[in-house]
Design a protein around this ligand. Structure first.
Ligand code: ATP
Ligand code: MG
Length: 400
């Protein structure tokens, strides 16, 4: 019997309900793929995916009725999604068989048996089904011993050629679970990479696979393994990736989840030699691309300049145009001080200065804020100082 303890309480309630509805309607519903693998390993489950040979739509509607939810149907994928408040999203698919007419292209899909559905999958550990009513496991490809022995194994020799994104999936999963890639599978993977299989897939799909790697717990290990296998060469050319850079980014991402992790990891990957052309197909907007390139190419320059700067005024000037991601990777002392400076306020407004309005006012207030913060002047002198500055800037803008 498979143990259901790793399920979160809402997932457990959802599973119980689906079981009830399936039993009531006399439908054979299977939990398949990732959740079965994770339950067998005693790991937390991310998504609950179900497959039926028949009756997917009846099951989806039956569940939705019980929980006041809604059903969305995706006919091209033979799937339904049930969503309701305070209920995990449930994916229900019709068992299907797949045929790869051309390596690297998306397969053609048709309805099939449970066994068809399991044997079209990527790895044996992802090809186990659990009959949720009877509790019986279906394992036509020998996934259970592979779970036991912690190995990732493809189901046939052409698997990586058919769908080279499985190369990324294998490496991601192996790292996440601490599994090895079984020897014959590893050999097929090397062959596929060497024969250019990844070039048959669109760059967009490959970038998406790399971005999924950035969601893993141990990104540096995944990225390193992908690069060692040569899987990143088609995206960014063959390059050395510095482990120390990946680790530094990893620490920053962990301590500040609001930062743009994709930008940060990419910058570590293309560190030292980045151009927007390298990131073609990544789908990153111009602004984010610029940050990647800025970090990858300019950290040494920034660090040197910060070390050489003699005053806070010079340091702040350098840091003013840095993105939060770049800031997070620069030496801590000046950045901490700069952050305090960003929050620092003085009780002075433009109207206090009694000079004609214009952009020189904001400029003078900013200069004054900095002067008070760094101790160049006392707070009591702020108004006089700001007025002087405003007049000076006004004079400059008149003449220039
Ligand atoms: P995760 O925990 O990352 O979600 P997962 O195994 O559930 O892992 P999904 O991407 O959610 O991965 O895919 C669900 C299932 O679909 C997999 O377990 C696998 O059986 C199958 N699958 C996904 N991608 C492929 C693929 N490229 N080729 C064949 N089968 C695939
Ligand atoms: Mg999943």
């Amino acid at each position: 019997m498979i143990r259901l303890e790793p399920l979160a309480a809402p997932q457990r309630r959802a599973l119980d309900l689906i079981k009830e509805v399936a039993a009531e309607k006399n439908l054979r519903a299977f939990l398949v793929g990732g959740p079965v693998r994770d339950l067998l390993l005693g790991r937390a489950v991310i998504d609950l995916d179900f497959t039926l040979e028949e009756g997917g739509s009846a099951l989806a509607r039956g569940i939705a009725k019980r929980i006041n939810g809604r059903v969305r149907s995706y006919p091209q994928f033979l799937t339904y999604k049930v969503t309701a408040e305070a209920f995990p999203d449930i994916d229900i698919a019709t068992a299907r068989s797949e045929r790869y007419r051309q390596p690297g292209a998306l397969p053609s899909v048709s309805a099939g048996s449970l066994v068809d559905d399991l044997t079209r999958r990527d790895f044996s550990i992802n090809a186990i089904a659990l009959d949720i009513v009877s509790g019986e496991l279906y394992d036509p490809t020998g996934g259970l011993p592979d779970v036991e022995n912690k190995r990732i194994r493809v189901l046939h020799d052409a698997s990586f050629a058919d769908d080279p994104t499985r190369i990324f999936r294998a490496i991601r999963l192996a790292t996440r679970l601490g599994f090895s890639i079984e020897a014959h599978t590893a050999e097929r993977m090397r062959e596929a990479i060497q024969s250019g299989a990844l070039e048959t897939v669109s760059k967009e799909r490959l970038w998406r696979e790399l971005f999924l790697a950035f969601e893993e717990e141990n990104v540096p290990d995944v990225v390193e393994a992908l690069n060692r296998a040569g899987a990143l060469d088609v995206l960014i050319g063959h390059r050395e990736i510095q482990r120390a850079r990946l680790d530094a980014v990893h620490d920053v991402v962990r301590s500040n989840p609001s930062l743009d992790r994709e930008v940060l990891y990419l910058s570590a990957i293309v560190f030292g030699d980045a151009s927007p052309v390298d990131l073609e197909g990544s789908g990153l907007a111009q602004k984010r691309l610029r940050v990647v390139v800025q970090i990858a190419n300019e950290i040494p320059r920034y660090t040197d300049a910060l070390n050489e700067a003699e005053t806070d005024h010079q340091r702040f000037k350098l840091l003013k145009h840095a993105s939060p991601e770049l800031l997070a990777l620069l030496p801590i002392d000046p950045v901490t001080k700069f952050r305090d400076f960003l929050k620092f306020q003085i009780p002075l407004r433009g109207s206090d200065l009694e000079v004609p309005s214009g952009p020189h006012i904001a400029q003078a207030l900013e200069r004054t804020r900095e002067a008070v913060f760094t101790g160049e002047i006392t707070p009591d002198d702020a108004r006089t100082f700001a007025r002087e500055m405003a007049i000076k800037y006004l004079g400059k803008s008149d003449s220039g």
